[in-house]
Design a protein around this ligand. Structure first.
Ligand SMILES: [Fe+2]
Ligand SMILES: [Fe+2]
Length: 361
């Protein structure tokens, strides 16, 4: 794996991977850097070259994510980068995709009814994403900055510590949901189930931008989960539980090189859907013998119920099977359809006529 280095020309960095342009831009670096090297451009913009390189290399190489190195960077610098990334999503990428979808709806070569449903799914996703970003910007990031400040205060008072007690990185960890899953579903639904008879590129353009956003968000979330979270948790430990912290970190640099065991994510995240108004308006019928993506008739029945808003326990009762069996069916459905969210399954069921929707206009 060849990494980008500080003595490379900045222009060559973009030649190596043009998708880095928006990443570089969020550091406040704009095009037009002539023959200048990465080191020179970073110095001119007062950017830590090492941090810049670590970010762009991690973005460019799927297998490059040096956690320990990342954890040696200043927390404020990491938060600043994350915040700029939010701004990019809010002001550029999400409006761009929305615009493309709107334009696509104006050209009638694509299945308009299905596309409207997809756009609704996207708008629900946008709301969810913006809520997520707002929560981080209003609560998490200010909290991180306060913890950082207090961590470097020589003798923080109990009052100062108490002022931080309303929130913690543990709370963040608990509520930090996967914002990329719905995006994955959206992309997948578009690719598989919306027919495009147009000769233009608009349809592919939407899918391309969804891929780009998904990749960016995956990177972003990885930094939050594997860098920010453990780093700030360590600071909290040192501030609020100094005795335990010193035992655990004896001989280890306070904020670097610390092994952190994060809990495994749930294999299948089951949430609620904002598309609830599209719930089943007719009784669920027997799945029959119709084949969908290799689903068994029982899996199809479970899918219809999930897409209609029933919870696992309710499905178990309705189909007279155990809760364990329902969960097992759901895992199979997710694996076979490659759709991870309830909202995605609802749209899938609507697109394929597995449930009806009187609300579709
Ligand atoms: Fe974020
Ligand atoms: Fe996040």
């Amino acid at each position: 794996m060849k990494l980008l280095t500080s003595d490379m020309k900045m222009a060559d960095v973009i030649h190596s991977n043009y998708l880095l342009m928006p990443v570089i831009n969020r550091f406040g670096i704009h095009l037009g850097f002539g023959e200048k090297t990465v080191r020179t451009v970073c110095r001119e913009h007062r950017i830590d070259t090492d941090f810049f390189l670590t970010i762009i290399n991690a973005f460019s190489n799927e297998h490059y994510f040096p956690e320990k190195k990342f954890q040696t960077f200043n927390v404020l610098m990491i938060v600043d980068y994350l915040q700029r990334t939010h701004t990019y999503y809010i002001t550029n990428q999400i409006p761009l995709i929305e615009r493309l979808l709107t334009n696509l709806l104006r050209t009638s070569d694509v299945d308009t009814k299905k596309l409207r449903l997809i756009k609704k799914f996207f708008l629900d996703y946008k709301r969810e994403l913006f809520t997520h970003l707002e929560r981080e910007e209003k609560t998490t990031f200010p909290y991180v900055r306060k913890v950082y400040r207090l961590f470097y205060t020589p003798h923080p008072s109990s009052r100062e510590k108490r002022a931080l007690s309303k929130y913690s990185m543990h709370v963040y960890e608990e509520e930090h949901n996967d914002v990329e899953e719905k995006l994955y579903d959206l992309k997948n639904l578009l690719i598989k189930y919306v027919r495009d008879d147009s000769t233009g590129d608009s349809f592919q353009e939407v899918i391309f931008e969804l891929f780009r956003l998904e990749k960016d968000i995956l990177d972003h979330t990885r930094i939050e989960n594997t860098i920010l979270l453990p780093l700030v948790s360590k600071m909290e430990d040192a501030l609020f539980y100094p005795a335990e912290h010193s035992k655990r970190t004896a001989g280890v640099k306070a904020l670097g090189g610390i092994e952190v065991n994060l809990p495994l994510k749930n294999e299948l995240r089951i949430g609620t859907t904002d598309l609830a108004q599209h719930r089943l308006t007719l009784p669920i019928s027997k799945a029959g013998t119709r084949q969908f993506e290799g689903l068994t008739s029982r899996e199809l029945e479970v899918l219809q119920h999930v897409a209609s808003g029933f919870l696992n326990k309710q499905i178990a009762d309705k189909l007279s099977i155990s809760l364990h069996t329902v969960i097992s069916h759901r895992k199979n459905i997710t694996r076979k359809l490659q759709i991870k969210t309830v909202a995605g399954l609802t749209v899938y069921a609507l697109l394929n006529g597995l449930i009806s929707s009187n609300n579709l206009s």
